[in-house]
Design a protein around this ligand. Structure first.
Ligand SMILES: [Zn+2]
Length: 435
Protein backbone atom coordinates (compact mmCIF):
# COMPACT_ATOMS: atom_id res chain seq x y z
CA UNK A 1 0.00 0.00 0.00
CA UNK A 2 1.30 3.45 -0.95
CA UNK A 3 1.59 6.31 1.54
CA UNK A 4 -0.63 8.94 -0.04
CA UNK A 5 -3.09 9.32 -2.91
CA UNK A 6 -4.22 12.80 -3.98
CA UNK A 7 -7.29 12.37 -6.17
CA UNK A 8 -8.72 14.65 -8.83
CA UNK A 9 -6.28 17.50 -9.27
CA UNK A 10 -5.40 19.76 -12.19
CA UNK A 11 -1.75 20.15 -13.14
CA UNK A 12 0.00 23.33 -14.30
CA UNK A 13 0.35 21.92 -17.84
CA UNK A 14 -3.44 21.84 -18.15
CA UNK A 15 -4.20 18.16 -17.50
CA UNK A 16 -7.32 17.87 -15.35
CA UNK A 17 -8.79 15.02 -13.30
CA UNK A 18 -5.42 13.52 -12.39
CA UNK A 19 -4.62 11.30 -9.42
CA UNK A 20 -1.15 11.50 -7.88
CA UNK A 21 0.16 8.47 -6.02
CA UNK A 22 3.00 8.94 -3.55
CA UNK A 23 5.16 6.40 -1.80
CA UNK A 24 8.38 6.63 0.19
CA UNK A 25 8.68 10.35 -0.51
CA UNK A 26 8.43 10.00 -4.30
CA UNK A 27 5.68 10.36 -6.86
CA UNK A 28 5.05 6.91 -8.30
CA UNK A 29 2.08 7.50 -10.61
CA UNK A 30 0.21 10.40 -12.19
CA UNK A 31 -2.91 9.44 -14.18
CA UNK A 32 -6.69 9.68 -14.13
CA UNK A 33 -8.38 7.05 -11.96
CA UNK A 34 -5.29 5.47 -10.39
CA UNK A 35 -6.32 2.05 -9.10
CA UNK A 36 -4.28 1.86 -5.94
CA UNK A 37 -4.83 2.06 -2.24
CA UNK A 38 -2.94 4.37 0.04
CA UNK A 39 -2.68 4.85 3.77
CA UNK A 40 -4.18 8.29 3.25
CA UNK A 41 -6.36 9.64 0.46
CA UNK A 42 -7.07 13.33 -0.15
CA UNK A 43 -9.72 14.68 -2.49
CA UNK A 44 -8.17 17.46 -4.57
CA UNK A 45 -11.58 18.67 -5.71
CA UNK A 46 -10.34 19.46 -9.21
CA UNK A 47 -7.96 22.14 -7.87
CA UNK A 48 -4.41 22.88 -9.01
CA UNK A 49 -1.59 20.72 -7.68
CA UNK A 50 1.65 22.48 -8.50
CA UNK A 51 5.24 21.67 -7.75
CA UNK A 52 6.31 24.06 -4.98
CA UNK A 53 7.28 27.66 -5.56
CA UNK A 54 10.98 28.36 -6.00
CA UNK A 55 12.57 31.71 -5.21
CA UNK A 56 15.63 32.15 -7.43
CA UNK A 57 16.85 35.33 -5.73
CA UNK A 58 16.63 36.29 -2.09
CA UNK A 59 18.61 37.90 0.75
CA UNK A 60 17.99 35.88 3.89
CA UNK A 61 20.70 37.60 5.93
CA UNK A 62 18.91 40.95 5.79
CA UNK A 63 15.31 39.78 5.90
CA UNK A 64 13.05 41.15 8.66
CA UNK A 65 15.51 43.94 9.58
CA UNK A 66 13.23 46.71 8.30
CA UNK A 67 13.73 49.91 10.31
CA UNK A 68 17.09 48.84 11.75
CA UNK A 69 18.78 51.19 12.47
CA UNK A 70 16.34 53.43 10.50
CA UNK A 71 14.34 53.27 7.31
CA UNK A 72 15.59 53.94 3.77
CA UNK A 73 14.31 57.46 3.10
CA UNK A 74 15.38 57.86 -0.54
CA UNK A 75 14.19 54.37 -1.47
CA UNK A 76 17.32 53.86 -3.58
CA UNK A 77 19.58 50.84 -3.91
CA UNK A 78 22.56 52.91 -2.77
CA UNK A 79 20.95 54.15 0.47
CA UNK A 80 19.89 50.55 1.12
CA UNK A 81 23.49 49.36 0.74
CA UNK A 82 24.69 52.17 3.04
CA UNK A 83 22.06 51.30 5.67
CA UNK A 84 22.96 47.63 5.52
CA UNK A 85 26.61 48.65 5.95
CA UNK A 86 25.71 50.42 9.21
CA UNK A 87 23.68 47.51 10.45
CA UNK A 88 26.04 44.69 9.47
CA UNK A 89 28.70 45.06 12.21
CA UNK A 90 25.99 45.02 14.90
CA UNK A 91 24.37 41.77 13.82
CA UNK A 92 24.93 38.55 15.72
CA UNK A 93 24.80 35.07 14.25
CA UNK A 94 21.92 34.16 16.55
CA UNK A 95 19.84 37.15 15.51
CA UNK A 96 20.45 36.51 11.80
CA UNK A 97 19.53 32.84 12.21
CA UNK A 98 16.38 33.63 14.20
CA UNK A 99 15.09 36.01 11.54
CA UNK A 100 15.99 33.61 8.74
CA UNK A 101 14.15 30.75 10.46
CA UNK A 102 11.11 32.97 10.98
CA UNK A 103 11.14 33.76 7.27
CA UNK A 104 11.48 30.07 6.36
CA UNK A 105 8.26 29.44 8.31
CA UNK A 106 6.50 32.08 6.22
CA UNK A 107 7.95 30.58 3.04
CA UNK A 108 6.84 27.02 3.72
CA UNK A 109 3.36 28.19 4.68
CA UNK A 110 3.23 29.86 1.24
CA UNK A 111 4.34 26.70 -0.56
CA UNK A 112 7.83 28.10 -1.16
CA UNK A 113 10.23 25.25 -0.41
CA UNK A 114 13.37 26.16 -2.37
CA UNK A 115 15.22 29.46 -2.04
CA UNK A 116 18.49 30.70 -3.49
CA UNK A 117 19.76 33.28 -1.02
CA UNK A 118 22.70 35.56 -1.51
CA UNK A 119 24.74 35.98 1.67
CA UNK A 120 26.98 38.97 2.23
CA UNK A 121 30.63 37.93 2.57
CA UNK A 122 32.04 41.43 3.13
CA UNK A 123 31.79 41.17 6.92
CA UNK A 124 35.21 39.83 8.00
CA UNK A 125 33.49 37.82 10.77
CA UNK A 126 31.39 36.01 8.13
CA UNK A 127 28.61 36.09 10.73
CA UNK A 128 25.86 35.85 8.12
CA UNK A 129 27.62 33.01 6.33
CA UNK A 130 27.94 30.98 9.54
CA UNK A 131 24.34 31.75 10.51
CA UNK A 132 22.84 30.78 7.15
CA UNK A 133 24.94 27.62 6.86
CA UNK A 134 23.42 26.48 10.15
CA UNK A 135 19.95 27.53 8.99
CA UNK A 136 20.44 25.59 5.74
CA UNK A 137 20.98 22.41 7.78
CA UNK A 138 18.10 23.08 10.17
CA UNK A 139 15.53 23.66 7.44
CA UNK A 140 16.70 20.82 5.19
CA UNK A 141 13.76 18.54 6.08
CA UNK A 142 11.32 21.04 4.62
CA UNK A 143 13.18 23.64 2.55
CA UNK A 144 16.11 23.65 0.11
CA UNK A 145 18.30 26.66 0.83
CA UNK A 146 21.02 27.35 -1.74
CA UNK A 147 23.57 30.00 -0.73
CA UNK A 148 25.45 32.43 -2.96
CA UNK A 149 28.69 34.06 -1.77
CA UNK A 150 27.81 37.70 -2.41
CA UNK A 151 30.46 40.46 -2.13
CA UNK A 152 27.89 43.19 -1.36
CA UNK A 153 30.46 46.01 -1.06
CA UNK A 154 32.26 45.07 -4.29
CA UNK A 155 34.80 42.34 -4.93
CA UNK A 156 37.56 44.81 -5.79
CA UNK A 157 36.17 47.84 -3.95
CA UNK A 158 35.94 46.15 -0.57
CA UNK A 159 39.28 45.17 1.03
CA UNK A 160 39.47 41.45 1.68
CA UNK A 161 36.29 40.63 -0.24
CA UNK A 162 37.86 38.04 -2.52
CA UNK A 163 39.55 36.27 0.39
CA UNK A 164 36.31 36.31 2.37
CA UNK A 165 34.36 35.01 -0.61
CA UNK A 166 36.79 32.10 -0.97
CA UNK A 167 36.52 31.39 2.77
CA UNK A 168 32.74 31.34 2.47
CA UNK A 169 32.92 28.83 -0.39
CA UNK A 170 35.31 26.68 1.64
CA UNK A 171 32.87 26.75 4.56
CA UNK A 172 30.13 25.33 2.33
CA UNK A 173 28.46 28.20 0.49
CA UNK A 174 27.29 26.83 -2.86
CA UNK A 175 27.38 29.47 -5.60
CA UNK A 176 29.75 32.28 -6.69
CA UNK A 177 28.14 35.75 -6.59
CA UNK A 178 29.23 39.23 -7.66
CA UNK A 179 28.14 42.85 -8.09
CA UNK A 180 30.09 44.35 -11.01
CA UNK A 181 27.99 47.54 -11.28
CA UNK A 182 28.97 48.49 -7.71
CA UNK A 183 32.73 48.40 -8.41
CA UNK A 184 34.40 51.81 -8.79
CA UNK A 185 34.73 51.75 -12.58
CA UNK A 186 33.33 49.86 -15.53
CA UNK A 187 36.81 48.35 -15.98
CA UNK A 188 36.86 47.09 -12.37
CA UNK A 189 33.36 45.70 -12.86
CA UNK A 190 34.50 43.75 -15.90
CA UNK A 191 37.61 42.57 -14.05
CA UNK A 192 35.47 41.33 -11.14
CA UNK A 193 33.36 39.30 -13.58
CA UNK A 194 36.49 37.68 -15.03
CA UNK A 195 37.94 36.83 -11.60
CA UNK A 196 34.68 35.36 -10.32
CA UNK A 197 33.94 33.33 -13.45
CA UNK A 198 37.47 31.89 -13.40
CA UNK A 199 37.03 30.99 -9.74
CA UNK A 200 33.74 29.26 -10.52
CA UNK A 201 35.29 27.37 -13.44
CA UNK A 202 38.21 26.24 -11.27
CA UNK A 203 35.94 25.06 -8.46
CA UNK A 204 33.10 23.67 -10.59
CA UNK A 205 30.56 26.11 -9.14
CA UNK A 206 27.41 27.78 -10.39
CA UNK A 207 27.50 31.57 -10.80
CA UNK A 208 24.78 34.09 -9.97
CA UNK A 209 25.77 37.74 -10.06
CA UNK A 210 23.87 40.86 -9.23
CA UNK A 211 24.45 42.43 -12.60
CA UNK A 212 23.64 45.87 -13.99
CA UNK A 213 21.11 46.75 -11.28
CA UNK A 214 21.06 50.33 -12.47
CA UNK A 215 19.16 52.57 -14.88
CA UNK A 216 22.41 53.40 -16.69
CA UNK A 217 22.00 52.01 -20.23
CA UNK A 218 25.79 51.84 -20.56
CA UNK A 219 26.10 49.38 -17.69
CA UNK A 220 26.87 46.34 -19.84
CA UNK A 221 28.41 43.83 -17.48
CA UNK A 222 25.92 41.24 -18.70
CA UNK A 223 27.82 41.25 -22.01
CA UNK A 224 31.05 40.53 -20.11
CA UNK A 225 29.32 37.83 -18.05
CA UNK A 226 28.07 36.13 -21.24
CA UNK A 227 31.56 36.43 -22.74
CA UNK A 228 33.34 34.73 -19.81
CA UNK A 229 30.61 32.12 -19.55
CA UNK A 230 31.23 31.17 -23.16
CA UNK A 231 35.00 31.42 -22.95
CA UNK A 232 35.31 29.28 -19.80
CA UNK A 233 32.75 26.66 -20.82
CA UNK A 234 30.29 27.63 -18.06
CA UNK A 235 27.24 27.44 -20.36
CA UNK A 236 24.04 26.65 -18.46
CA UNK A 237 25.66 27.32 -15.08
CA UNK A 238 25.48 31.11 -14.93
CA UNK A 239 22.67 33.52 -14.05
CA UNK A 240 22.53 37.30 -14.22
CA UNK A 241 20.30 38.75 -11.52
CA UNK A 242 18.37 42.00 -11.98
CA UNK A 243 19.83 43.13 -15.37
CA UNK A 244 17.73 46.27 -15.04
CA UNK A 245 19.99 48.40 -17.25
CA UNK A 246 18.64 46.32 -20.16
CA UNK A 247 15.36 48.20 -19.70
CA UNK A 248 17.11 51.45 -20.69
CA UNK A 249 19.53 50.12 -23.30
CA UNK A 250 19.47 51.03 -26.95
CA UNK A 251 17.31 48.56 -28.88
CA UNK A 252 19.96 47.88 -31.50
CA UNK A 253 22.49 46.90 -28.82
CA UNK A 254 19.93 44.64 -27.16
CA UNK A 255 19.26 42.93 -30.49
CA UNK A 256 22.85 41.70 -30.32
CA UNK A 257 23.02 41.14 -26.56
CA UNK A 258 20.04 38.80 -26.11
CA UNK A 259 21.30 36.28 -28.70
CA UNK A 260 24.71 36.37 -26.94
CA UNK A 261 23.02 35.52 -23.65
CA UNK A 262 21.12 32.69 -25.33
CA UNK A 263 24.28 31.35 -26.95
CA UNK A 264 26.05 31.34 -23.56
CA UNK A 265 22.95 29.86 -21.88
CA UNK A 266 23.06 32.60 -19.27
CA UNK A 267 19.81 32.70 -17.29
CA UNK A 268 18.11 35.93 -16.25
CA UNK A 269 16.54 36.51 -12.83
CA UNK A 270 14.26 39.54 -12.57
CA UNK A 271 13.08 40.82 -9.21
CA UNK A 272 9.90 42.71 -10.04
CA UNK A 273 8.76 43.82 -6.56
CA UNK A 274 12.12 45.38 -5.80
CA UNK A 275 13.00 46.81 -9.18
CA UNK A 276 9.65 48.49 -9.74
CA UNK A 277 10.25 50.33 -6.46
CA UNK A 278 14.02 50.93 -6.63
CA UNK A 279 14.63 51.74 -10.31
CA UNK A 280 13.76 55.04 -11.93
CA UNK A 281 14.36 56.96 -8.68
CA UNK A 282 16.45 59.56 -10.52
CA UNK A 283 13.77 60.03 -13.17
CA UNK A 284 11.16 62.76 -12.95
CA UNK A 285 8.50 61.92 -15.55
CA UNK A 286 8.24 59.76 -17.52
CA UNK A 287 9.56 57.31 -14.91
CA UNK A 288 11.16 54.12 -16.19
CA UNK A 289 9.88 50.80 -14.88
CA UNK A 290 13.40 49.43 -14.71
CA UNK A 291 12.68 45.71 -14.90
CA UNK A 292 14.74 43.76 -17.42
CA UNK A 293 13.21 42.73 -20.77
CA UNK A 294 11.44 39.59 -19.59
CA UNK A 295 9.14 38.72 -22.54
CA UNK A 296 11.90 39.37 -25.07
CA UNK A 297 14.37 37.19 -23.15
CA UNK A 298 11.78 34.41 -22.86
CA UNK A 299 10.97 34.64 -26.57
CA UNK A 300 14.67 34.24 -27.36
CA UNK A 301 14.85 31.03 -25.33
CA UNK A 302 16.66 32.45 -22.29
CA UNK A 303 15.64 30.88 -18.96
CA UNK A 304 13.94 33.60 -16.92
CA UNK A 305 12.90 33.39 -13.29
CA UNK A 306 11.33 35.93 -10.95
CA UNK A 307 12.84 36.36 -7.48
CA UNK A 308 11.41 37.94 -4.32
CA UNK A 309 14.81 39.50 -3.53
CA UNK A 310 13.85 41.25 -0.29
CA UNK A 311 11.26 41.05 2.49
CA UNK A 312 11.18 43.80 5.12
CA UNK A 313 14.79 44.93 4.89
CA UNK A 314 16.80 48.09 4.04
CA UNK A 315 15.69 47.84 0.39
CA UNK A 316 12.02 46.89 0.66
CA UNK A 317 9.49 47.41 3.48
CA UNK A 318 6.91 44.83 2.38
CA UNK A 319 6.66 41.18 1.31
CA UNK A 320 5.50 37.91 2.84
CA UNK A 321 7.21 35.08 0.95
CA UNK A 322 4.33 34.91 -1.52
CA UNK A 323 5.76 34.00 -4.93
CA UNK A 324 2.33 34.52 -6.49
CA UNK A 325 2.61 38.18 -5.50
CA UNK A 326 6.02 38.22 -7.19
CA UNK A 327 4.61 36.59 -10.33
CA UNK A 328 1.71 39.04 -10.38
CA UNK A 329 4.01 42.05 -10.15
CA UNK A 330 6.29 40.65 -12.87
CA UNK A 331 3.28 40.04 -15.08
CA UNK A 332 2.06 43.61 -14.63
CA UNK A 333 5.40 45.38 -15.01
CA UNK A 334 6.23 43.39 -18.17
CA UNK A 335 2.64 43.69 -19.48
CA UNK A 336 2.48 39.90 -19.79
CA UNK A 337 -1.31 39.74 -20.00
CA UNK A 338 -1.61 37.27 -22.89
CA UNK A 339 -2.81 33.79 -21.88
CA UNK A 340 0.56 32.16 -22.61
CA UNK A 341 2.46 35.05 -21.05
CA UNK A 342 0.49 34.72 -17.79
CA UNK A 343 1.33 31.03 -17.66
CA UNK A 344 4.96 31.94 -18.32
CA UNK A 345 4.85 34.24 -15.26
CA UNK A 346 3.79 31.22 -13.19
CA UNK A 347 6.65 29.19 -14.70
CA UNK A 348 9.04 31.98 -13.66
CA UNK A 349 8.35 31.21 -9.97
CA UNK A 350 8.22 27.42 -10.41
CA UNK A 351 9.88 25.36 -13.17
CA UNK A 352 12.18 28.03 -14.60
CA UNK A 353 13.55 28.87 -11.17
CA UNK A 354 13.96 25.17 -10.36
CA UNK A 355 15.98 24.71 -13.56
CA UNK A 356 18.27 27.64 -12.69
CA UNK A 357 18.83 26.26 -9.17
CA UNK A 358 19.36 22.79 -10.67
CA UNK A 359 16.93 21.24 -8.23
CA UNK A 360 16.84 17.46 -8.35
CA UNK A 361 13.57 15.60 -8.89
CA UNK A 362 11.41 18.71 -9.26
CA UNK A 363 7.97 18.35 -10.83
CA UNK A 364 4.71 16.44 -10.73
CA UNK A 365 5.77 13.27 -12.54
CA UNK A 366 6.68 9.68 -11.63
CA UNK A 367 10.12 9.58 -10.05
CA UNK A 368 10.05 13.18 -8.82
CA UNK A 369 10.27 13.96 -5.13
CA UNK A 370 6.77 14.31 -3.74
CA UNK A 371 6.98 18.06 -3.12
CA UNK A 372 3.74 19.75 -4.12
CA UNK A 373 1.24 22.44 -3.23
CA UNK A 374 -2.53 22.17 -3.48
CA UNK A 375 -3.81 25.62 -4.39
CA UNK A 376 -7.28 27.09 -4.07
CA UNK A 377 -7.41 27.75 -7.82
CA UNK A 378 -8.00 25.69 -10.92
CA UNK A 379 -5.04 26.74 -13.05
CA UNK A 380 -1.88 28.87 -12.88
CA UNK A 381 -3.55 32.03 -14.14
CA UNK A 382 -6.30 31.78 -11.54
CA UNK A 383 -3.62 31.11 -8.92
CA UNK A 384 -1.90 34.38 -9.81
CA UNK A 385 -5.17 36.30 -10.01
CA UNK A 386 -6.32 35.16 -6.57
CA UNK A 387 -2.88 34.89 -4.91
CA UNK A 388 -4.45 31.52 -4.20
CA UNK A 389 -4.47 30.04 -0.72
CA UNK A 390 -2.00 27.20 -0.24
CA UNK A 391 -4.45 24.63 1.08
CA UNK A 392 -1.80 21.96 1.63
CA UNK A 393 1.96 21.90 1.20
CA UNK A 394 3.74 18.55 0.94
CA UNK A 395 7.46 17.88 1.22
CA UNK A 396 8.61 14.38 0.23
CA UNK A 397 5.02 13.23 0.66
CA UNK A 398 4.72 14.67 4.18
CA UNK A 399 2.27 17.43 4.98
CA UNK A 400 4.36 20.42 6.15
CA UNK A 401 1.81 23.26 6.06
CA UNK A 402 -1.88 23.83 5.52
CA UNK A 403 -4.18 26.83 5.40
CA UNK A 404 -7.94 27.16 5.64
CA UNK A 405 -9.63 27.94 2.36
CA UNK A 406 -10.26 31.63 1.71
CA UNK A 407 -13.98 32.20 2.02
CA UNK A 408 -16.22 35.17 2.59
CA UNK A 409 -19.87 35.32 3.55
CA UNK A 410 -22.06 38.14 2.30
CA UNK A 411 -24.92 39.48 4.38
CA UNK A 412 -26.10 42.17 2.01
CA UNK A 413 -29.65 40.96 1.41
CA UNK A 414 -30.28 39.50 4.84
CA UNK A 415 -29.51 35.93 3.76
CA UNK A 416 -25.92 34.78 4.24
CA UNK A 417 -24.29 33.75 0.96
CA UNK A 418 -20.80 32.48 0.12
CA UNK A 419 -18.77 34.55 -2.32
CA UNK A 420 -17.73 32.55 -5.40
CA UNK A 421 -14.13 33.53 -6.21
CA UNK A 422 -13.93 31.09 -9.12
CA UNK A 423 -16.74 31.83 -11.57
CA UNK A 424 -17.45 29.67 -14.60
CA UNK A 425 -14.98 30.49 -17.32
CA UNK A 426 -16.07 32.69 -20.20
CA UNK A 427 -16.96 30.64 -23.29
CA UNK A 428 -14.04 31.93 -25.30
CA UNK A 429 -11.43 31.04 -22.71
CA UNK A 430 -10.37 27.40 -22.67
CA UNK A 431 -9.99 25.98 -19.15
CA UNK A 432 -6.41 25.06 -19.87
CA UNK A 433 -3.76 25.07 -22.57
CA UNK A 434 -3.99 21.32 -23.14
CA UNK A 435 -7.73 20.97 -23.43
ZN1 LIG B 1 19.60 40.88 -4.66
Amino acid sequence: MADLLIRDVALPDGRAGQDVLIDAGRIVDVAPGVAAHAARTIDGGGLLLSPPFVDAHFHMDSTLTYGMPRVNRSGTLLEGIALWGELKPTLTQDAIAARALAYCDWAVAKGLTAIRSHVDVCDPRLAAVEALLSVRERVKPYLDLQLVAFPQDGLLRSPGALANLKRALALGVDVVGGIPHFERTMADGAESVRILCELAADEGRLVDMHCDETDDPLSRHIETLAYWTQRLGLQGRVAGSHLTSMHSMDNYYVSKLIPLMHEAQVAAIANPLINITIQGRHDSYPKRRGMTRVPELMAAGVSVAFGHDCVMDPWYPLGSGDMLEVAAMGLHVAQMTGEDAMRAAFDAVTVNAARILRLDGYGIAPGCRADCVLLQARDPVEAIRLRATRLKVFRAGRLVAESAAATATLHVDGRPAEVDWMPARPGNLPPSAAS
